[in-house]
Write a protein that binds this ligand. Structure first.
Ligand SMILES: Cc1cc2nc3c(=O)[nH]c(=O)nc-3n(C[C@H](O)[C@H](O)[C@H](O)COP(=O)(O)O)c2cc1C
Length: 190
Protein backbone atom coordinates (compact mmCIF):
# COMPACT_ATOMS: atom_id res chain seq x y z
CA UNK A 1 0.00 0.00 0.00
CA UNK A 2 1.34 3.44 -0.96
CA UNK A 3 -0.02 6.09 1.38
CA UNK A 4 0.30 9.83 0.79
CA UNK A 5 -0.57 11.89 3.88
CA UNK A 6 -1.49 15.48 3.08
CA UNK A 7 -1.27 17.43 6.31
CA UNK A 8 -2.25 21.05 6.91
CA UNK A 9 -1.58 22.44 10.38
CA UNK A 10 1.02 25.11 11.17
CA UNK A 11 1.60 24.19 14.83
CA UNK A 12 3.89 21.21 15.57
CA UNK A 13 2.37 21.01 19.07
CA UNK A 14 -1.24 20.80 17.88
CA UNK A 15 -3.65 17.92 18.32
CA UNK A 16 -3.56 17.57 14.55
CA UNK A 17 0.12 16.70 14.93
CA UNK A 18 -0.85 13.85 17.29
CA UNK A 19 -3.36 12.68 14.70
CA UNK A 20 -0.65 12.77 12.05
CA UNK A 21 1.68 10.65 14.19
CA UNK A 22 -0.99 8.04 14.89
CA UNK A 23 -1.99 7.76 11.23
CA UNK A 24 1.65 7.60 10.09
CA UNK A 25 2.58 4.93 12.65
CA UNK A 26 -0.55 2.83 12.05
CA UNK A 27 0.04 2.68 8.31
CA UNK A 28 3.72 1.85 8.88
CA UNK A 29 2.64 -0.97 11.23
CA UNK A 30 0.42 -2.28 8.43
CA UNK A 31 3.51 -2.49 6.22
CA UNK A 32 2.57 0.46 4.01
CA UNK A 33 5.00 2.82 2.28
CA UNK A 34 4.14 6.24 3.67
CA UNK A 35 5.00 9.67 2.27
CA UNK A 36 4.14 12.90 4.03
CA UNK A 37 3.21 16.24 2.50
CA UNK A 38 3.42 18.68 5.41
CA UNK A 39 2.16 21.77 3.59
CA UNK A 40 3.13 24.43 6.15
CA UNK A 41 6.54 22.87 6.84
CA UNK A 42 7.22 22.82 3.10
CA UNK A 43 5.90 26.39 2.75
CA UNK A 44 3.75 25.26 -0.13
CA UNK A 45 2.56 28.23 -2.21
CA UNK A 46 -1.21 27.72 -2.40
CA UNK A 47 -2.07 30.52 -4.83
CA UNK A 48 -3.16 29.38 -8.26
CA UNK A 49 -2.18 32.52 -10.14
CA UNK A 50 -1.95 33.81 -13.65
CA UNK A 51 1.40 32.11 -14.42
CA UNK A 52 0.14 28.57 -13.77
CA UNK A 53 -3.30 29.22 -15.28
CA UNK A 54 -1.76 30.53 -18.51
CA UNK A 55 0.46 27.48 -18.73
CA UNK A 56 -2.50 25.19 -18.08
CA UNK A 57 -4.42 26.87 -20.89
CA UNK A 58 -1.56 25.83 -23.18
CA UNK A 59 -1.80 22.27 -21.80
CA UNK A 60 1.37 22.62 -19.70
CA UNK A 61 1.99 22.07 -15.99
CA UNK A 62 4.80 23.77 -14.02
CA UNK A 63 7.59 21.40 -12.96
CA UNK A 64 6.99 21.84 -9.22
CA UNK A 65 3.32 20.93 -9.66
CA UNK A 66 4.27 17.95 -11.84
CA UNK A 67 6.31 16.67 -8.90
CA UNK A 68 3.27 17.04 -6.62
CA UNK A 69 1.16 15.15 -9.14
CA UNK A 70 3.73 12.35 -9.27
CA UNK A 71 3.20 11.88 -5.51
CA UNK A 72 -0.55 11.62 -6.06
CA UNK A 73 -0.06 9.14 -8.90
CA UNK A 74 2.27 7.07 -6.70
CA UNK A 75 -0.31 6.83 -3.92
CA UNK A 76 -3.11 4.30 -3.86
CA UNK A 77 -4.34 5.81 -0.61
CA UNK A 78 -4.58 9.52 0.20
CA UNK A 79 -5.04 10.66 3.79
CA UNK A 80 -5.99 14.30 4.37
CA UNK A 81 -5.66 15.74 7.89
CA UNK A 82 -6.66 19.28 8.86
CA UNK A 83 -8.47 21.52 11.33
CA UNK A 84 -11.83 22.98 10.33
CA UNK A 85 -11.29 26.66 9.57
CA UNK A 86 -14.42 28.61 8.75
CA UNK A 87 -16.36 25.46 8.00
CA UNK A 88 -13.78 24.43 5.43
CA UNK A 89 -10.14 23.56 4.82
CA UNK A 90 -7.24 25.85 5.71
CA UNK A 91 -6.42 27.93 2.61
CA UNK A 92 -3.05 26.21 2.15
CA UNK A 93 -4.81 22.87 1.67
CA UNK A 94 -7.52 24.30 -0.57
CA UNK A 95 -4.74 25.85 -2.65
CA UNK A 96 -2.86 22.55 -2.84
CA UNK A 97 -5.95 21.02 -4.43
CA UNK A 98 -6.41 24.10 -6.68
CA UNK A 99 -2.89 23.79 -8.03
CA UNK A 100 -2.30 20.01 -8.02
CA UNK A 101 -5.66 18.46 -8.91
CA UNK A 102 -5.70 20.07 -12.33
CA UNK A 103 -8.05 19.55 -15.25
CA UNK A 104 -6.50 16.77 -17.32
CA UNK A 105 -4.73 15.23 -14.32
CA UNK A 106 -7.42 14.73 -11.68
CA UNK A 107 -10.54 15.11 -13.81
CA UNK A 108 -11.62 15.94 -17.33
CA UNK A 109 -14.68 17.46 -18.95
CA UNK A 110 -16.38 16.65 -22.20
CA UNK A 111 -19.86 16.88 -23.66
CA UNK A 112 -20.97 14.06 -21.34
CA UNK A 113 -19.83 15.91 -18.23
CA UNK A 114 -17.03 15.27 -15.74
CA UNK A 115 -14.82 12.20 -15.58
CA UNK A 116 -12.79 11.59 -12.43
CA UNK A 117 -9.27 10.51 -13.34
CA UNK A 118 -8.19 9.32 -9.90
CA UNK A 119 -10.47 6.27 -9.91
CA UNK A 120 -9.24 3.25 -7.95
CA UNK A 121 -7.56 5.26 -5.21
CA UNK A 122 -8.91 5.28 -1.66
CA UNK A 123 -8.96 8.09 0.88
CA UNK A 124 -9.32 8.96 4.54
CA UNK A 125 -10.26 12.49 5.63
CA UNK A 126 -9.70 13.48 9.27
CA UNK A 127 -10.97 16.84 10.50
CA UNK A 128 -10.84 18.47 13.93
CA UNK A 129 -13.34 21.12 14.98
CA UNK A 130 -13.58 23.60 17.81
CA UNK A 131 -17.36 23.37 18.03
CA UNK A 132 -19.41 20.58 19.57
CA UNK A 133 -21.44 18.29 17.33
CA UNK A 134 -24.56 20.00 18.68
CA UNK A 135 -23.19 23.41 17.64
CA UNK A 136 -23.37 22.28 14.02
CA UNK A 137 -26.90 20.87 14.28
CA UNK A 138 -28.13 19.63 10.92
CA UNK A 139 -24.86 20.74 9.28
CA UNK A 140 -22.75 18.27 11.29
CA UNK A 141 -22.65 15.83 8.38
CA UNK A 142 -21.38 18.55 6.04
CA UNK A 143 -18.03 19.27 7.70
CA UNK A 144 -15.86 17.05 5.54
CA UNK A 145 -17.90 17.40 2.35
CA UNK A 146 -15.78 20.05 0.61
CA UNK A 147 -12.95 17.52 0.59
CA UNK A 148 -14.79 14.18 0.40
CA UNK A 149 -17.43 15.13 -2.16
CA UNK A 150 -16.32 18.44 -3.67
CA UNK A 151 -12.78 17.30 -4.40
CA UNK A 152 -12.05 13.60 -3.95
CA UNK A 153 -15.31 12.09 -5.21
CA UNK A 154 -15.40 14.67 -8.02
CA UNK A 155 -12.04 13.26 -9.12
CA UNK A 156 -13.34 9.68 -9.08
CA UNK A 157 -12.30 8.54 -5.59
CA UNK A 158 -15.33 6.81 -4.12
CA UNK A 159 -13.89 4.66 -1.33
CA UNK A 160 -13.58 7.40 1.30
CA UNK A 161 -13.66 7.13 5.09
CA UNK A 162 -14.04 10.33 7.06
CA UNK A 163 -13.92 11.23 10.73
CA UNK A 164 -14.61 14.48 12.56
CA UNK A 165 -13.35 15.10 16.09
CA UNK A 166 -15.40 17.79 17.82
CA UNK A 167 -14.67 20.16 20.71
CA UNK A 168 -10.94 19.54 20.38
CA UNK A 169 -9.74 22.72 22.19
CA UNK A 170 -11.99 22.14 25.21
CA UNK A 171 -11.90 18.40 25.88
CA UNK A 172 -9.51 16.78 28.40
CA UNK A 173 -6.57 14.48 27.70
CA UNK A 174 -8.65 11.40 28.33
CA UNK A 175 -11.11 12.37 25.58
CA UNK A 176 -8.25 13.13 23.20
CA UNK A 177 -6.68 9.73 23.87
CA UNK A 178 -10.05 8.16 23.06
CA UNK A 179 -10.13 10.07 19.76
CA UNK A 180 -6.66 8.82 18.85
CA UNK A 181 -7.67 5.26 19.76
CA UNK A 182 -10.71 5.60 17.48
CA UNK A 183 -8.41 6.70 14.71
CA UNK A 184 -6.11 3.71 15.23
CA UNK A 185 -9.11 1.41 14.80
CA UNK A 186 -10.20 3.27 11.67
CA UNK A 187 -6.77 2.91 10.06
CA UNK A 188 -6.41 -0.72 11.17
CA UNK A 189 -9.76 -1.59 9.61
CA UNK A 190 -9.20 0.46 6.45
C1 LIG B 1 -8.96 30.56 11.40
C2 LIG B 1 -9.73 29.57 12.23
C3 LIG B 1 -11.02 29.26 11.86
C4 LIG B 1 -11.76 28.31 12.59
N1 LIG B 1 -13.01 27.98 12.17
C5 LIG B 1 -13.72 27.05 12.86
C6 LIG B 1 -15.03 26.67 12.43
O1 LIG B 1 -15.56 27.17 11.43
N2 LIG B 1 -15.71 25.76 13.17
C7 LIG B 1 -15.15 25.18 14.28
O2 LIG B 1 -15.79 24.34 14.92
N3 LIG B 1 -13.88 25.49 14.70
C8 LIG B 1 -13.17 26.42 14.02
N4 LIG B 1 -11.91 26.74 14.42
C9 LIG B 1 -11.31 26.00 15.57
C10 LIG B 1 -10.40 24.87 15.08
O3 LIG B 1 -11.07 23.99 14.22
C11 LIG B 1 -9.89 24.07 16.29
O4 LIG B 1 -9.23 24.94 17.15
C12 LIG B 1 -8.94 22.96 15.84
O5 LIG B 1 -9.62 22.01 15.08
C13 LIG B 1 -8.34 22.26 17.06
O6 LIG B 1 -7.31 21.40 16.65
P1 LIG B 1 -5.78 21.78 16.91
O7 LIG B 1 -5.63 21.87 18.41
O8 LIG B 1 -4.98 20.66 16.33
O9 LIG B 1 -5.55 23.11 16.25
C14 LIG B 1 -11.17 27.69 13.73
C15 LIG B 1 -9.86 28.03 14.10
C16 LIG B 1 -9.15 28.95 13.36
C17 LIG B 1 -7.73 29.28 13.78
Amino acid sequence: MNVLIVYAHPNPLSFNQSILKVVHNCFKDKGASVRLKDLYAERFDPVLGEAQLSLQNEGKIPDDIKREQEQVTWADTIVVIYPLWWFDRPAILKGWFDRVFTNGFAFSFDENGVTGLLKGKRAIVVVTAGGTKEDFGKNADQLTKSTTEGTLAFCGITDIADRVFYSVPIVDDEARKKMLKELEVLVEQF
